[in-house]
Design a protein. Structure first.
Ligand code: SF4
Length: 106
């Protein structure tokens, strides 16, 4: 029998990120280092963003931080667990677009 060839439920955000980047957001040790770099333009720290991914909370897809290019640049080398959080953000942006939740400015 051919089991596991079809997915009956949509992938969780954590699964999507893991499949696309190889990073498991559970690797975030919640050290809060990245929270020191939150700007007034951000509504979430990278830490909270990753926790929302872990909880499969769609709120992350419409967060200001996700769609901030400044946050994206910072995220490249911010994580002390050496995750490329910028790559994770790009996957989340793509998923937001797929779900019609894009906040990208035209
Ligand atoms: S720096 Fe990395 S490990 Fe630390 S809280 Fe932020 S995302 Fe998590």
């Amino acid at each position: 029998m051919s089991e596991g060839t079809e997915r009956s439920e949509p992938a969780s955000l954590r699964q999507l990120v893991r499949e696309a980047t190889g990073y498991d957001v559970r690797r975030c040790g919640r050290c809060s280092y990245c929270t020191h770099f939150v700007t007034p333009d951000d509504d979430l720290s990278l830490e909270i963003m990753l926790q929302l991914v872990l909880q499969n909370d769609e709120e992350v897809l419409t967060s200001k931080t996700l769609w901030s290019d400044a946050a994206l640049r910072r995220a490249q080398q911010m994580c002390v667990s050496t995750m490329d959080v910028a790559a994770i953000m790009l996957v989340l942006r793509e998923e937001a677009q797929r779900r019609g939740l894009s906040k990208e400015e035209g």
